[in-house]
Design a protein around this ligand. Structure first.
Ligand code: PAF
Length: 285
């Protein structure tokens, strides 16, 4: 790993993080946290820009959290680009990067995991049963370590956003959780650190996900039957070469399955695999 040339403060321990936040608070400054696993892209920069509107000080955390990866998943090949990440964060006006190692976050004897129901049920959990317990546990730790006024998460991981919002509320963590709209390529593909895994052919097919969601959302808004619209979207994604994990219409706030169209705002959520890459996306109806 080459030494970063940026001037951003890089904090490795919880003690350093807390001392830094204490100094800002003593000066009467509000603090925003943008939790990330690094491999920062324009979608993360949008989170940092949104954070700037919320607080005088911004911390970005960069930690590839092992507990949210199943043994079969891509932890070892997850992109790690710390020097470039620090440059991007610095360019986006971030004040400090919290970059703990695994031993700092999960010291010997670590034995606590947050158990979830509600918005964590179904969807991703059907395919990645331990994922959100890992996410919620590390996010709770980051919120307690940094004690920010506000923490920002991308709507791209919509189920994660709902899980984290519910968790912070249920555990009385005094923070506002804000969702930031998904940033997309011109052809509709949602920005993701995992897009780098797409072969040129798979990249060409990838916008089919957003196209399918956009068509189903428009059809439902026009009064078409939800199940029929969702089924047509599933078929179009499979026809584009994807293996579908799920494409579902859920209640937007709770992610409960829809019992009736009249229940309120709907969110369409999809996960699908192409080549060796698994993509997720979602859209409001
Ligand atoms: O969305 C992510 O990058 C991660 O799930 C998060 C929230 C940083 C927790 O590791």
């Amino acid at each position: 790993m080459s030494a970063p040339s940026s001037t951003i403060a890089t904090l490795h321990s919880v003690a350093e993080l807390r001392a830094q936040v204490r100094r800002w608070r003593a000066a009467g400054e509000r603090v925003a946290l943008v939790p990330t696993m690094g491999a920062l892209h324009v979608g993360h920069v949008a989170l940092m820009e949104a954070a700037r509107k919320q607080a005088e000080r911004i911390i970005v955390s960069i930690f590839v959290n092992p507990t949210q990866f199943a043994p079969t998943e891509d932890l070892s090949r997850y992109p790690r680009t710390l020097a470039a990440d620090l440059e991007k964060a610095s360019g986006a006006g971030v004040d400090a990067a919290f970059v703990p190692d695994v031993a700092e976050m999960y010291p010997d004897g670590f034995a606590t995991t947050i158990s979830l129901t509600g918005p964590a049920l179904g969807l991703e959990t059907d395919f990645r049963p331990t994922h959100f317990a890992g996410v919620a546990t590390v996010v709770a730790k980051l919120l307690l370590q940094a004690a920010p006024d506000v923490a920002l998460f991308g709507e791209k991981d919509y189920q994660q956003l709902q899980v984290v919002t519910r968790m912070a509320r249920d555990l009385d963590i005094p923070v506002a959780i804000l969702g930031v709209p998904t940033v997309r390529e011109a052809d509709g593909l949602a920005l993701s650190s995992r897009n780098v895994y797409l072969s040129p052919e798979d990249r060409a097919a990838a916008p089919a996900l957003h196209r399918a969601l956009a068509k189903a959302a428009a059809d439902i808004r026009d009064g078409r039957d939800v199940d029929a619209s969702v089924e047509e979207a599933r078929q179009s994604v499979v026809a584009a070469g994807f293996a579908l994990d799920y494409l579902e219409a859920r209640h937007a706030a709770t992610l409960a399955p829809l019992a009736a169209r009249s229940e309120g705002p709907i969110r369409l959520l999809i996960a699908a695999r192409i080549g060796t890459t698994r993509l997720i996306d979602n859209l409001a109806v």
